[in-house]
Design a protein around this ligand. Structure first.
Ligand SMILES: [Zn+2]
Length: 372
């Protein structure tokens, strides 16, 4: 039986490779982040239950515009801020029963690999140098726009910090693989920078994930996960860069784009200030109830959270526990519940089958999903 993701069958033999775009460690972990990592964890557990070894890589984006700006604002070193926030994130993940990945690379440890990626793309004429920065040519992204028009892509790029109006660029859709460090006032805190064949600089955001993924999991992966808001530009560029370099397609065989969690009518986001932090929620509700709330639904449908849902999740959890306590065993129900999980990770269906069957079936499925 092979896993199906979005009606796309994904036969895998022996080892599954999963890459999930991790956090930028400056302000974590809200419920939207948690949804991404709980769902990735469920995909891992389901694949492991089917007999595969799963190599999971969850990166930490500790070099990027946001964290550098936050560190400067707080007057701390970006590494100190990153380490502290990564620790908090890991504690939140532990509380939610998310298994620690095998690989947890930090961007700042993959500078040489980003330089090699940029060099390789320059040699293939897929990139160009301008004043110490290396840009990946926007024409490379055109086959990866999907249903987006060029204009829509530019709007999204601007929204996600892509600076399409940067006068250095030949095309608004060019993105930096490597960006030269700006000359700053000597009294200002220096930006993190490393030496490269093109002078001092730092890696571009998409290039960081391309480099970490290829280094740790090879030239292609089975499942790439991440929040649905990363679809474009981040994942499109990450894919285009890897495929342009290696010629290996597809870079990712399947995508797990976890749908947004909305709160008070809008997608949960820092800029809107409508965030629910895991560390606050765990003061009032059991972490397993929070996990259940995130997982007992379709992973690819955006939803609106209300605090009353957490009370409902507590009740649902009680009922599942009661079902698990019954002394019954049904191999047929267990097989049906496992099959539901293999079909696009249908957790609600698997839980309903397990709850009805009760006993050993419920215990098995509950353990698999990390809620018992
Ligand atoms: Zn990424």
């Amino acid at each position: 039986m092979s896993l199906e993701i979005s009606d796309h069958s994904l036969p895998i033999v022996g080892r599954a490779r999963i890459y999930v775009c991790g956090i930028t460690p400056y302000d974590t972990t809200h419920l939207g982040h948690a949804a991404t990592f709980v769902w990735t964890d469920i995909a891992v557990r389901v694949l492991e239950a089917s007999g595969l070894r799963v190599d999971l890589c969850r990166n930490i984006t500790d070099v990027d515009d946001d964290i550098i700006a936050q560190a400067a604002q707080r007057g701390v070193d970006y590494r100190a801020l990153g380490t502290e926030q990564t620790y908090r994130f890991q504690k939140d993940m532990e509380a939610l029963g998310v298994t620690r990945p095998i690989y947890e690379p930090r961007s700042r440890d993959y500078i040489e690999e980003v330089v090699a990626l940029a060099q390789g793309l320059l040699e293939k004429d897929r990139a160009y140098q301008r004043n110490g920065s290396i840009y990946f040519k926007g024409e490379n992204i055109l086959p990866y726009l999907g249903k987006l028009s060029r204009e829509e892509a530019i709007v999204l790029a601007r929204k996600h910090g892509g600076r399409p109006d940067d006068p250095e660029k030949d095309d608004p859709l060019d993105v930096p693989l490597w960006q030269a460090t700006p000359c700053t006032d000597p009294l200002d805190a220096p930006e993190p920078s490393w030496s490269s064949p093109w002078g001092e600089g730092r890696p571009g955001w998409h290039a960081e994930c391309s480099a970490m993924s290829m280094t740790l999991l090879g030239n292609s992966i089975d499942i790439h996960a991440g929040g649905s808001d990363l679809k474009f530009p981040h994942h499109a560029y990450e894919t285009a860069q890897c495929e342009a370099l290696t010629g290996v397609t597809p870079f990712a065989r399947a995508w797990l784009h976890i749908a947004s969690v909305c709160y008070k009518g809008e997608k949960m986001s820092k800029s809107l200030g409508n965030l629910l932090y895991v560390k606050d929620l765990t003061q009032r509700w059991r972490p397993t109830a929070i996990r259940l709330l995130l997982a007992d639904r379709a992973w690819d449908e955006a939803w609106e959270v209300d605090l009353s849902h957490l009370d409902e999740a507590e009740n649902r959890l009680e009922n599942l526990w009661k079902a698990a306590g019954r002394s019954k065993n049904s191999e047929v129900a267990l097989a049906a519940a496992l099959q539901a999980l293999m079909q696009n990770l249908n957790v609600p269906k698997a839980l309903n089958i397990a709850e009805e069957a009760g006993g050993q079936t419920m215990r098995h499925i509950g353990n698999l999903l990390g809620i018992l």
